[in-house]
Design a protein around this ligand. Structure first.
Ligand code: PAZ
Length: 346
């Protein structure tokens, strides 16, 4: 059996490269109103990423490798972009660095899961996150010893050894499959594909949807072919976005009806958070919504289920000592997953 490793999957797939053929097919009908079959319409009128078959093969190999041995979690992570041009110079983005997804992945692996990590390309990755996007340049971790060899500075060696050992074990045991996306369209096509491919293991797998997915997008039929010029429109750029269809409903009802699904709800207004989290739970009927506020997301979350709302927090002092809230919440999610599996055993 081929083991697909991280470098293989990342090297071949370029999610942020512009399409070579720049022409847009204007005969493609525009997205219809919300009442028509949104899924069929969306996937029929927006372009399928050309590398999807390759991802399908990698995912299938990964599932076959782990099936019957351990649970699989699909973790989504990072923000999606909305390109304004087909040959993309400009795009709308969001704040997410992928910290939640990358960190949670490490704790899932530590607790015996294999993880399909569907992430924004170049956002934080499990293990390397400890050194990649931080205020230190990677060269700051290095030193030259007496014999002129470049080595890890003494002060970082202990900590880096721990991270390196965990990373190498996860790699050697083939516990992570890295699948990248950049645009919201790539995210949706890839999420649907992976969800459907996971069908043979739905009853034991977990969907952990931490990505910050755009609520608005430009359908392919409305995307400019080339860089938008500043001379047109009186110097203004007026952007008219469509709502992204609510795919969580499709995921829960059709793509993965037998899996446990955990979604996240992000708000910035504290007064709205619980209401919106409960609303999502009622609307989509999945198992758990984890609510968090942009301002405090690294220290506080609330687990919302049909009959409860439970807060999990770490103190500022704990955060400063390097405690991660994911070390608290992932074991709780796993407990809930175990209960879900035992209650749904046929
Ligand atoms: O990537 P990050 O760690 O900076 O942020 C994580 C998060 C706030 C994007 C995530 O916890 C979350 O709430 N995701 C869902 C966002 C939403 O669509 O409501």
């Amino acid at each position: 059996m081929t083991i697909v490793n991280r470098t293989q999957s990342l090297e071949k797939i370029h999610t942020s490269a512009p399409k070579l053929e720049s022409a847009i097919d204007r005969s493609v009908p525009e997205s219809g109103p919300a009442e028509v079959d949104e899924e069929t319409n969306y996937f029929a009128t927006n372009p399928e990423p050309p590398y999807l078959a390759e991802i399908q093969q990698q995912v299938n190999e990964f599932i076959a490798f782990h099936s019957g041995k351990r649970r699989i979690a699909l973790v989504t992570s990072g923000g999606t972009t909305v390109p304004l041009e087909n040959n993309t110079v400009r795009f709308i983005d969001n704040f997410s660095a992928g910290t939640r997804g990358a960190t949670s992945t490490e704790y899932f692996i530590e607790n015996g899961y294999a993880v399909i990590f569907l992430h924004r390309q170049f956002s934080l990755l499990p293990y390397s996150r400890h050194y990649s996007h931080n205020t230190n340049c990677f060269l700051d971790y290095l030193d030259e010893n007496e014999s002129g060899t470049v080595v890890i500075s003494k002060e970082y060696q202990e900590e880096m050894k721990v991270v390196l050992n965990k990373y190498q074990k996860a790699k050697d045991d083939n516990l992570m499959l890295f699948v990248p996306f950049t645009t919201v369209n790539q995210y949706l096509f890839t999420l649907r594909l992976i969800s459907l491919e996971l069908k043979p293991v739905h009853s034991t797998c977990l969907f952990f949807l931490a990505a910050a997915v755009s609520d608005f997008f430009l359908p392919t039929s409305k995307v400019a072919e080339h860089k938008i010029q500043s001379q047109g429109g009186g110097g203004k750029l007026v952007v008219d976005l469509d709502p992204v269809p609510k795919f969580l409903k499709r995921l829960v009802e059709e793509w993965a009806p037998n899996a446990m699904i955990v979604s996240f709800k992000l708000e910035t207004d504290e007064k709205l958070l619980l209401f919106k989290a409960r609303q999502a739970l009622t609307r989509y009927s999945h198992q758990l919504v984890i609510g968090n506020l942009l301002q405090t997301r690294k220290r506080e979350v609330v687990f919302v289920t049909t009959d409860d709302a439970v807060d999990y927090t770490i103190s500022e002092e704990e955060e400063a000592r390097g405690v991660e809230i994911e070390s608290v919440i992932i074991p709780k999610v796993i407990d809930a997953h175990s209960t879900w599996i035992s209650q749904h055993k046929q």
